[in-house]
Design a protein around this ligand. Structure first.
Ligand code: G4P
Length: 530
C-alpha cells in the first residue's frame, strides 16, 4: 500500500474486563481522573444517570442497575492518548461485548482480591485469548481483607494458563494494609494518613533491605520482605514481548477506591501495552493486514447504537480507525455497498462529553451519525479495496418466534426488527417454511432490550414465543452440498438478513449429531459479514 503517514501519536486502545462488582466502574473513574479527563470521581456514574434519565428505552438499564450500552472514553497522560472502550459487565453477554473486544489492542482484567477469578472474567478472558489480546491484571480492593496474594497469582496462572509477572506487592491487606511496594523501581506508595486511607506520598527506597521499609511497614516489614523476595524468585519477570504476545500477564495490586495502583496501571499501559496493531483484512481480495502506518484512511464499524433520543431514528456507528490520518469532512467509501459517505460531523468521545473531532489517528474511535446506512462489520476506506475481517456475528443461544399482537402493524414490525438487527441488538432469521420471523440473541438481556424498544420507539406490541429451536449455525460449503442439505432439512433451514443459509437445531445434541454426519459442510458459530 501507499507511503506511511508522517507521525503516529502514541495510542493505547483498551477495554476493561471483569466480573460485576470487581470495581470496573470505580477504576474507570479513577483512570479518567488521573488522566485529567474528569475532575471529581463519581462523575462517570452521575453522568451515566443523567443520560439514562433522558432515554426511554434505557429503562431496563435503570431497573437492573447496569449499563447495556458500551461507550468510549478518551484521556491523555503525558504524550499518550488512551481510548478506553467500556464493555458491559453484567451476567448476560451481549454481542456488543464481544465485538468491542475486536476493536481494542489490549485489555485490563480487574479481579476482586477477595474473590479471585470469577465466571464472567473467565468468559471475557477467553474472548481476548481468541484474538491474542494482551492482558494486564489489576487485583483490586487490597484495602480490604483479601485472599493471600500467592494464591491469587497461582489461580490466574493455573486457570488461564498464563505466566504471571507481579509488578508490585501489597504490604498487608485490609486492616493491616500499609501500602504498595514497587518490585521494579523500589518505590513505596503509602497511605495519606487520613481516616479515608487514600494513597498519599510515594517514598523512594533503595530496595527491600532499606531500613525505611521498617518505618513504613512496622510489624509487617519482615513479611513484606519475605513475600516480595519469594514473588521475585517464584514468578516470571516482566517480559513486554511475552505480554504483547498474550503469553504473560503483568499484575498490579491496588485499590481503585483508595487510588492505590491506578497511576502505576496507567504508566504500565503507556510503557508496555501495544500501540495500535495491524488489523486482519482482505486487501484487494487477498488475506493480509492493514498496518496503522498505511497512508490511506481505513477503519471498521464494531458497534452501532441508536440515538439516545427515541424521536430521532439516527444512529451512531462506532468506527475503529485502522490506518491513516482522519480529518473531518473526509469522504469514505462503504466497501460492502460502494456508497461514499462524507463524514462531516464525526464524534470523539472525551470522557463521555461528545466533542467534534477534527482529526483522529489509528486506534482512535470516532462516532459517525447516520440514518441506518452503516452496519456492524462495515469497512470504510478512502480509496483502496480493503475489507476488515474478524468482526463476527455470534451464533444465538436463544431463539424466539415473533408474534404480532396487532396484525396491521406487520410493516412496522419488520422495519423495527431489521433496524435492530442492523444495530446488532439482535439477529434476524427468516425460516424457509412459515412466515414468522425468528429473532436470535446471545443473552436474555438482549431480548428485554428488544421488547422494550419495540414498544417505546416503534409502538409495536409483540410477543416472543418459544421456538422449537435452541441454537443455530451458519452453513458453509459447495452450492450443491448446501442445496442437498437444505432439501433434507427444510423445516430447520432459515436465512439470515444477508441471505446466508442457517441451520437451526432443537438442541446441542441434535446439532452435534447432524454436524458430525454432514462432513461436506462446515457449521460455524460465527459469521463475518462478507
Ligand atoms: P463494577 O463496575 O465492576 O460492577 O464495580 P464498582 O466499581 O461499581 O464497584 C463495586 C463495589 O466495590 C462498590 O461498592 C465500590 O465502591 C467497591 N469498590 C471498588 N473498588 C474498591 C476498592 O479498591 N476497595 C474497596 N474497599 N471497595 C471497592 P458498593 O458499595 O457496591 O457501591 P457504592 O455504594 O460504593 O457505589
Amino acid at each position: 500500500m501507499s507511503a506511511p503517514a508522517t507521525s503516529l501519536p502514541e495510542r493505547r486502545t483498551f477495554a476493561i474486563i471483569s466480573h460485576p462488582d470487581a470495581g470496573k466502574t470505580t477504576l474507570t473513574e479513577k483512570l479518567l481522573l488521573f488522566g485529567g479527563a474528569i475532575h471529581t470521581a463519581g462523575e462517570v456514574r452521575a453522568r451515566g444517570q443523567a443520560r439514562r434519565a433522558r432515554s426511554d428505552w434505557m429503562k431496563i438499564e435503570q431497573a437492573r442497575g447496569i449499563s447495556v450500552t458500551s461507550s468510549v472514553m478518551t484521556f491523555q497522560r503525558g504524550a499518550t492518548v488512551f481510548n478506553l472502550l467500556d464493555t458491559p459487565g453484567h451476567e448476560d453477554f451481549s454481542e456488543d461485548t464481544y465485538r468491542t473486544l475486536t476493536a481494542v489492542d489490549s485489555a485490563v482484567m480487574v479481579i476482586d482480591a477477595a474473590r479471585g477469578i470469577e465466571a464472567q472474567t473467565r468468559k471475557l478472558f477467553e474472548v481476548c485469548r481468541l484474538r491474542d489480546v494482551p492482558i494486564l491484571t489489576f487485583i483490586n480492593k487490597v484495602d480490604r481483607e483479601g485472599r493471600d496474594p500467592f494464591s491469587l497469582l497461582d489461580e490466574i496462572s493455573d486457570m488461564l494458563a498464563l505466566d504471571v509477572a507481579p509488578l508490585n506487592w501489597p504490604a498487608g491487606m485490609g486492616g493491616e494494609f500499609k501500602g504498595l511496594y514497587d518490585l521494579y523501581n523500589y518505590n513505596f506508595l503509602k497511605p495519606d494518613g487520613t481516616a479515608t486511607g487514600a494513597a498519599g506520598a510515594t517514598v523512594a527506597t533503595s530496595g527491600l533491605d532499606d531500613p525505611m521499609i521498617d518505618d513504613l511497614c512496622g510489624p509487617i516489614a519482615a513479611r513484606l520482605r519475605e513475600q516480595a523476595e519469594l514473588a521475585l524468585g517464584g514468578y516470571a519477570t516482566l517480559d513486554p514481548q511475552l505480554y504483547r504476545q498474550g503469553a504473560l500477564t503483568p499484575v498490579l495490586f491496588g485499590s481503585a477506591l483508595k487510588d492505590f495502583g491506578v497511576e502505576a496501571l496507567i504508566d504500565a499501559l503507556a510503557a508496555y501495552a501495544p500501540a495500535p496493531r495491524p488489523q486482519p483484512a482482505l486487501v484487494a481480495g487477498h488475506a493480509g493486514t492493514v498496518d496503522p502506518g498505511d497512508a490511506q484512511v481505513s477503519g471498521f464499524v464494531f458497534k452501532v447504537q441508536a440515538n439516545m433520543n427515541p424521536q430521532h431514528r439516527d444512529r451512531i456507528a462506532f468506527l475503529r480507525l485502522a490506518s491513516g490520518r482522519f480529518r473531518r469532512g473526509m469522504k469514505l467509501r462503504q466497501v460492502a455497498t460502494g456508497k461514499v459517505i462524507a463524514i462531516n460531523s464525526p464524534i470523539l468521545f472525551f470522557a463521555q462529553d461528545r466533542e467534534i473531532a477534527d482529526e483522529a489517528w489509528p486506534g482512535d474511535i470516532i462516532g459517525i451519525p447516520n440514518h441506518g446506512v452503516l452496519r456492524v462489520g462495515d469497512s470504510l476506506v478512502e480509496k483502496d479495496d480493503v475489507t476488515f475481517t474478524g468482526i463476527p456475528n455470534f451464533a444465538p443461544e436463544i431463539l424466539r418466534r415473533v408474534a404480532l399482537k396487532d396484525p396491521t402493524k406487520s410493516k412496522q414490525l419488520r422495519t423495527a426488527l431489521t433496524d435492530m438487527a442492523e444495530e446488532g441488538v439482535t439477529q434476524l432469521f427468516k425460516p424457509s417454511i412459515g412466515s414468522q420471523w425468528i429473532v436470535g440473541v446471545v443473552g436474555q438481556l438482549q431480548l428485554e432490550v428488544l421488547i422494550s424498544r419495540l414498544d417505546a420507539e416503534y409502538r409495536v406490541a409483540a410477543d416472543f414465543e418459544a421456538s422449537p429451536y435452541e441454537t443455530a449455525r451458519w452453513l458453509h460449503g459447495e452450492a450443491g452440498d448446501l442445496k442437498r442439505f437444505a432439501d433434507e432439512h427444510r423445516g430447520a433451514m432459515a436465512e439470515d438478513r444477508d441471505g446466508a443459509p442457517v441451520f437451526m437445531a432443537r438442541d446441542n445434541w441434535e446439532l452435534n449429531y447432524v454436524s458430525q454426519r454432514e462432513t461436506a459442510l462446515r457449521f460455524s458459530a460465527t459469521r463475518e459479514r462478507a
